[in-house]
Every structure is written in structure tokens, then in C-alpha cells.
Ligand binder design. Structure first.
Ligand code: SF4
Ligand code: SF4
Length: 211
């Protein structure tokens, strides 16, 4: 799931200040679960912006252009007559709304990471969408995400008793976790394997996938 948090209200108010007619779009999926852009949060935002609101809608899954098209179809004229669209979605949703509406878009949320959910309000950063997954080699623990330096051949010299020097030894060292997991699975040969540096140029070119 894409984890988002709301921008401070003051920042959103500043962003919307130049516009007098604003359409608000919420998200029925991830932002609903994060309680950052679902029905309730959209209603609260509409209440905050009061007279400026032209209308609002919660799209089932705004990062999917097909669902955005379907759910905003009835609002097309209102959106065209609005000065801006305040989007309470992740960055992918904001850009889909921008493409579909052609209007000025204002992001009300900050997109944090691809995360796993323990419960509402407790999310864990688990994937940076690196495009070359190596979880098979690392016991299902992602070093790109969970190592503070994203190193591929750890641990570095900064771990003490399994804790990472970054963040004052509060967090577990990802590479110690990986070592423990691989040991438990009797696959420590993978730990010793050298992983060459990533070709970030390759990832930079991977901005679309077409089947
Ligand atoms: S290695 Fe980590 S960042 Fe890359 S795809 Fe796998 S989980 Fe995501
Ligand atoms: S101590 Fe471990 S988690 Fe921290 S930067 Fe070094 S290898 Fe990564």
C-alpha cells in the first residue's frame, strides 16, 4: 500500500490561497486506509475550505486512469469551471488527476513509502520500488529500504550489537536481520555473495511499463 500523510493544514491553506473555486478529490483505497484522503478527511477539508469549494468526489482508485475517468465523469464541467483541484491522494494519484483533468493540481498529502500495515496508524517502510528485487537473496528483508545507507553488501562498520549507528542505535541493522534470517534458513552462502552496485541509469529510464 502507498503510505501518505497529510501536509500541515497551514501549508494546504497557503497552497489554496490564490484560488477561489476548488474541487477536492479523495482516494477510496490507500489514502482511505491511511485516514489521509478518504470520505471523512475529504469532508473535513471541504469544511475547512467552505466557500471556496466547487464540489468534491472520492475516486475508487485515483492512480487508475480508468476509475478516475469513470468516477469523475459526472463532475467534468464543475472541474473545468474550477480554478484548481486539491488532490488528497498519493503522488501517482495526483498525476493521474492532473493528466485527466488538465487543471492545476494541488497535493494535500505527502507520499511517504510503499509500506506494510500492522494497524491503522502503524505502517512500515518496506519497498522503494527499486525495479530489481533481491528479496530471494536476503531472506525476505529489503536492504534498500531497511538499511539506512541502502547498502547491498552489509553490514557496514556502523552496527553495534545489531543496532544501526544511523538514528543513534535505536533501529535494528537490516544486515544483521538478514544474516539471522539466512542462518535460520541455512542459506548463509547467500550472505557471502557479492552484489554489484545498482545501475541507477537503468532505473531512471524505467518510467513506464507497457505489456
Ligand atoms: S529489493 Fe527492496 S526496494 Fe527493491 S523491489 Fe525488492 S523490496 Fe522493493
Ligand atoms: S549499521 Fe546496518 S542498517 Fe545501519 S547503515 Fe550499516 S549496514 Fe545499514
Amino acid at each position: 500500500m502507498i503510505i501518505t500523510k497529510q501536509k500541515p493544514l497551514e501549508e494546504t491553506m497557503d497552497m489554496t490561497e490564490p484560488y477561489s473555486k476548488i474541487f477536492v478529490v479523495g482516494c477510496g483505497k490507500c489514502a482511505t486506509v491511511c485516514q489521509t484522503g478518504g470520505e471523512e478527511e475529504v469532508a473535513a477539508m471541504v469544511e475547512e475550505l467552505k466557500d471556496k469549494i466547487s464540489d468534491f468526489a472520492v475516486v475508487e482508485e485515483p492512480c487508475d486512469l480508468r476509475l478516475t475517468r469513470r468516477d469523475l465523469k459526472a463532475h467534468k464541467e464543475t472541474i473545468a469551471g474550477s480554478d484548481a483541484v486539491l488532490v488528497m491522494n498519493c503522488g501517482a494519484g495526483v498525476q493521474t488527476i492532473a493528466d485527466y483533468t488538465g487543471r492545476i493540481v494541488l497535493p494535500a498529502l505527502d507520499t511517504m513509502f510503499i509500506g506494510s500495515t500492522e494497524r491503522i496508524g502503524r505502517f512500515y517502510d518496506r519497498c522503494k520500488a527499486c525495479g530489481e528485487c533481491i528479496l530471494d537473496e536476503t531472506g525476505g528483508i529489503c536492504p534498500i529500504t531497511r538499511c539506512a545507507k541502502s547498502i547491498l553488501n552489509g553490514p557496514c562498520g556502523g552496527q553495534v550489537e545489531g543496532k544501526c549507528e544511523v538514528g543513534e542505535y535505536k533501529n535494528d541493522c537490516a544486515w544483521i536481520l538478514i544474516w539471522k534470517k539466512l542462518k535460520e534458513q541455512e542459506r548463509l552462502d547467500l550472505f557471502a555473495e557479492f552484489r554489484p552496485p545498482r545501475d541507477h541509469g537503468k532505473k531512471a529510464l524505467l518510467t513506464e511499463i507497457i505489456f
